[in-house]
Design a binder for this molecule. Sequence first.
Ligand code: HEC
Ligand code: HEC
Length: 247
Amino acid sequence: MRWFAILIVILVLVPTASSAQQRWTWPEKTKNMKVFPQNPGPEALRSIMTGFTRALGVRCSYCHVGEEGQPLSEFDFVSDENANKDRAREMIRMLQDIQLHLDKLDRSGPKKVEVGCATCHRGVAKPMKLEDVLIAAWKADGAAAAMEQYDELRDRYYGRGAYDFGEASLNAVGYAMLEAGDLDDAVSVLERNRDLFPDSFNAWDSLGEAHMKAGHTEEAIECLQKSLELEPRNRHATQLLEELRGG
Ligand code: HEC
Ligand code: HEC
């Protein structure tokens, strides 16, 4: 009679689990629309709100009062208590302003470029350049923390539009460290970039410059020579090599 017991479990558990979720539907009438027209209708509301979640890479609870994992019927969508809801409203107004300017533009081509939340946000809530995220992490918690964050972001976002994992990002972080006189960290970040992009003449050039500033003459010469092998027209590397050999 085991199948019977299983059937009862299914009958008891499945309907209660799903009925809690089915209770919530997109409202026919909205109560607290301050930017969009009141009562956009369930279909339009669904497409706007799910559009927001995708553009920012977040869930409903990012802007609304409610707990992730709880059924939507437990959420209070009318409330303005979650500060991100008003932030989102300001963004919608900003987008409307942007649209006004775009409409005045004498366009260079026949096709209108659509601008939306995703144009800036690209799947993240705080649309920052990767180098700026990492430089902020370095300033707050040090170079190791910044590189840990780099690995986490790379695992999560590589291949999507959110961040530029090309060679320019870590290169910029390395130069910010060089400028601040944080030479050891600059060398290690630029080494990592060289390991990720071993065929990039610029990654070798930057690492060479960092070694040079850190007083590692031998490594500097090696890196700059490698850079010149990859790109014989790299005048920056030629100049640095002349300095190194002259001095
Ligand atoms: C990026 C922020 C953001 C996200 C994410 C978001 N919303 Fe909203 N939502 C808003 C804003 C802002 C309004 C009010 C718009 C206005 O004032 O015109 C709103 C309004 C609503 C309303 C109308 C409430 C009323 O009666 O006034 C519902 C329902 C709603 N959202 C559901 C959802 C659901 C469900 C999700 C997840 C799928 C979601 N939202 C995700 C920002 C967001
Ligand atoms: C022109 C670029 C741009 C567009 C378009 C844009 N945003 Fe933003 N958004 C930003 C920037 C920049 C910030 C960060 C502001 C800050 O904290 O300094 C931000 C922040 C936010 C935040 C707060 C995030 C947080 O955690 O503090 C929300 C919510 C948000 N945007 C929602 C939206 C929605 C919804 C749309 C579309 C209606 C949108 N944004 C369109 C640039 C944009």
